[in-house]
Design a protein around this ligand. Structure first.
Ligand SMILES: C[S@@+](CC[C@H](N)C(=O)[O-])C[C@H]1O[C@@H](n2cnc3c(N)ncnc32)[C@H](O)[C@@H]1O
Length: 187
C-alpha cells in the first residue's frame, strides 16, 4: 500500500523533484531523505547517500532503493550534526525538510560545510502560499498543523536559506507559491 508521502509525491511533488534533482552530479547527499523518494530523480551516473534521523523512514528507504543498482548508502544521522568530512559531496539535495528541522539554519550550515566549494545545494521546499487567503489559512492552522505533523507549513523557505551561510544562486516558486525550488552554493 502506498504511504501518505508517496501519494503526495505522485499527485504533487514529482513534477518539481524531477527537473530540480536531475541537476545533481557526482557524489550526492540527500539530507532528511525520508523514504528516499529523491533517489529515483537524481541521474544514474551519481553516487547517492541518504541520511535521516528516523530509523523507520530509513527502513522504508532501503526497500525503495532496492531496485536501484547504484549502490546507495543510507545512514541514520541528524541533519544538524552531519557525520561527514568537510567538502565531501559534489551535490547536497534536500526536500520538504527545513520545515521539520528544530534548527533549520544549523542544518543548512551543515549542508554547506559538507558540500565542495564548487558544489551545488538543491532544495525543494514548501511554505507559505503567495495567495492571501491560502496563506491566512496556513497561519490560522499553523499551530495545529505543527502539532499533528511536526511541520511549520507557513515558514518561508527562502527566508531560512537567506538567514543561513548559504548563497542563493537561483530560486523559483510554483503551486500558488507553496513550492519553492532553490539552488544555492556553500557560501
Ligand atoms: C516531510 S519528510 C520529507 C522526506 C523526504 N525528503 C521527501 O521529500 O519525501 C521530513 C523528513 O525529515 C526527517 N527529519 C526531521 N528532522 C530531522 C533531523 N534533525 N535530521 C535528519 N532528518 C530529519 C524526518 O524523519 C522525515 O523523514
Amino acid at each position: 500500500m502506498l504511504g501518505r508521502m508517496e501519494w503526495l509525491n505522485r499527485l504533487v511533488t514529482r513534477r518539481y523533484r524531477q527537473p530540480h534533482f536531475q541537476q545533481a552530479r557526482g557524489r550526492v547527499l540527500d539530507v532528511a531523505c525520508g523514504t528516499a523518494t529523491n533517489a529515483r530523480y537524481v541521474p544514474d551516473a551519481t553516487e547517492y547517500v541518504g541520511i535521516d534521523v528516523s530509523v523507520d523512514m530509513l527502513e522504508q528507504a532501503a526497500a525503495n532503493v532496492d531496485w536501484l543498482t547504484r549502490g546507495e548508502t543510507l545512514r541514520e544521522m541528524d541533519a544538524q550534526n552531519l557525520d561527514f568530512e568537510d567538502d565531501s559531496f559534489d551535490t547536497v539535495i534536500s526536500s520538504l525538510s527545513t520545515c521539520t528541522f528544530p534548527d533549520p539554519v544549523a542544518a543548512l550550515s551543515e549542508m554547506g560545510r559538507v558540500c565542495a566549494p564548487d558544489g551545488q545545494i538543491l532544495l525543494l521546499e514548501h511554505g507559505r502560499s503567495s495567495v492571501g487567503s491560502i496563506a491566512r489559512f496556513q497561519d490560522w492552522r499553523a499551530d495545529a498543523h505543527f502539532e499533528k505533523h511536526s511541520c511549520r507549513w507557513n515558514q518561508e523557505p527562502l527566508d531560512v536559506v537567506v538567514e543561513s551561510p548559504l548563497t542563493v544562486v537561483e530560486s523559483s516558486s510554483a503551486l500558488l507559491g507553496i513550492i519553492t525550488a532553490i539552488e544555492a552554493r556553500p557560501e
